[in-house]
Design a protein around this ligand. Structure first.
Ligand code: KIV
Ligand code: ZN
Length: 515
């Protein structure tokens, strides 16, 4: 796909680089759900995973390939032949399959990681891109750590990749090292010197270690790049990647400056951001541009006054433009299954009749306790009832007593591997009593790194949402739970994180390749 001069191709890597964020591991159902939402959002390409990294990731990429129709579904592979064939087997049944192969090109990586000479790297690029080209209608090549590589070596590598059949060459700032000025010069240099570059799309992939990922991507676009690799909420390895919502809204708000456009339906940005945050358990910081809780909040009196007189005094884009306003329709106790089904569809959840019924039953249960049910409540129900990792641990009941004089005690009933167990214990507070009891009765061994509680919507009857992060050696898993009772939400979140950790253990292979 060669971009037209004023069209920016959005390559979403939430499911691959985004999934490399600590604790963000997604199972097959979760990846498919996010991929379907990315399709509704209008991304051009979805990098669904790194199929050789584990059988679980292979299955997830294959499932995404089967469910997504419009965007190109891409599997990542190193330049090794077995990687390429595994990636191809995962994506080949997609309506529009693609391969993305990469090898590092910086001296540091060649010397210490690959232990290869420049000639060997060049040969590997020719061979791997050639194989990809025979297999796949869409081939991207990336020079990992490009921004710390010798520019003339990059010219040779990219020229070889184009000659071997790559239709997209990607310039990654793998460690978030460059700055906008330097990156502009690098992309300009490549556009001037790489042979055949006028026939391919120039792509950029920036990391945010110095907080410059979006600025660097923009600079590259000004130098002629026409594909941006990015993730929802900017999640990704270490400090993350260029955030999709920032890149897209810059072109949208500053049409006057760039005169460039993307295929994104901006009103789907906020629902997608929420979905990714809920599925990965990675919260969005309140002051995050575009999708943070405070992104459209006007606090200062002077600002409020100006805004109320004329929105444009302090607002450069409307919340509705990114889908914030329209996601707040309220359902209640008397809403029927049909209304709920319609709302689910609007929110991007395409569920079977049986699944809708499951969501409806839980919806009814909650609407007995809570007057108004918001979209965020519905999302929480869907994620808990439908998109769960296969459960080793299942929560049946809890009963917690605490107060100013009582010793906090918890009674918990769980099903562990189909066996029902019941135990009681006490602790320093109700959550401590609950967690100590669950940990003791399951013998689960992991450190609790994070415990946070927030309310999904406003009001004292709001559902509480608890997020926990567990760590076991180098494995991190996050879990979320929601319920109008925050102790029930806390128990659900812990059980969810424990189940995700079990899933991670089965997913991990001893020889998992690292990027
Ligand atoms: O950051 C990076 O270099 C990558 C490549 C695989 C493109 O993620
Ligand atoms: Zn990356």
């Amino acid at each position: 796909m060669k971009a037209s001069p004023d069209r920016i191709i959005i390559f979403d890597t939430t499911l691959r680089d985004g999934e490399q964020s600590p604790g963000a591991s997604m199972d097959v159902h979760e990846k498919v759900l996010v991929a379907k939402q990315l399709e509704i959002l209008g991304v051009d390409k979805i990098e669904a995973g790194f199929p050789v990294s584990s059988p679980g990731d292979f299955d997830a990429v294959q499932a995404v390939a089967g469910e997504v129709h419009k965007p190109i579904v891409i599997g990542l592979c190193r330049t090794r032949e077995d990687d390429i064939h595994t990636a191809w087997n995962a994506v080949k049944h997609a309506a529009r399959p693609g391969l993305h192969t990469f090898i590092a090109t910086s001296d540091i990586h060649l010397q210490y990681k690959l232990r290869m000479s420049k000639d060997e790297v060049l040969a590997s690029v020719r061979n791997s891109v050639g194989i990809c080209h025979e297999l796949s209608p869409s081939v991207e090549f990336s020079a990992e750590d490009a921004t710390r590589s010798d520019w003339d070596f990059l010219v040779d590598v990219f020229s070889a990749a184009i000659e071997a059949g790559a239709d997209t060459i990607n310039v990654p700032d793998t460690v978030g090292y460059t700055n906008p000025h330097e990156f502009y010069n690098l992309v300009s240099y490549l556009r001037k010197n790489v042979s055949g570059i006028e026939n391919v799309t120039v792509s950029v992939h920036c990391h945010n270690d110095l907080g410059l990922a979006t600025s660097n991507s923009l600079s590259a676009v000004q130098a002629g790049a026409r594909q941006i690799e990015c993730t929802i909420n900017g999640i990704g390895e270490r400090a993350g990647n260029t955030s999709l919502e920032e890149a897209v809204m810059i072109f949208n708000v500053r049409k006057d400056l760039y005169n460039l456009y993307t295929g994104i339906d901006t009103t789907q940005i906020y629902p997608t951001s929420r979905l990714v945050s809920r599925i990965t358990g990675i919260p969005v910081q309140p002051n995050k541009a575009i999708v943070g809780a405070n992104a459209f909040a006007h606090e200062a009196g002077i600002h409020q006054d100006g805004y109320l007189k004329e929105r444009s005094t302090y607002e450069i884009m409307t919340p509705e433009a990114v889908g914030i306003g329209k996601s707040h329709l309220v359902l209640g106790k008397h809403s029927g299954k049909h209304a709920l089904g319609k709302r689910l569809e609007f929110l991007g959840y395409h569920l079977s009749e049986q699944e809708i019924l499951k969501v409806f039953n839980r919806f009814k249960e909650i609407s007995d306790r809570k007057k108004e049910i918001y979209d965020a409540d519905i999302e929480a129900i869907v994620l808990e009832e439908i998109y769960r990792v296969p459960d080793k641990y299942e929560l049946k009941h809890i009963n917690v007593n605490s107060g100013t004089v009582a010793v906090p005690t918890a009674t918990v009933q769980l099903v562990v591997d189909n066996e029902t167990i019941l135990e009681a214990g006490f602790g320093n507070g109700p959550v401590d009593a609950l967690y100590k009891t669950i940990i003791r009765m399951t013998g689960f061994n992991a450190e609790l790194k994070r415990f946070s509680v927030s309310s999904i919507t406003g009001g004292t009857d709001a559902q509480g949402e608890v997020t926990v992060e567990l760590m076991d050696r180098d494995m991190v898993s996050t879990g979320q739970g929601s319920d109008p009772d925050i102790l029930v939400a806390a128990a659900k979140a812990l059980i969810n994180a424990m189940n995700r950790m079990e899933f991670l253990k089965t997913k991990r292979l001893t020889d998992t390749p690292h990027l």
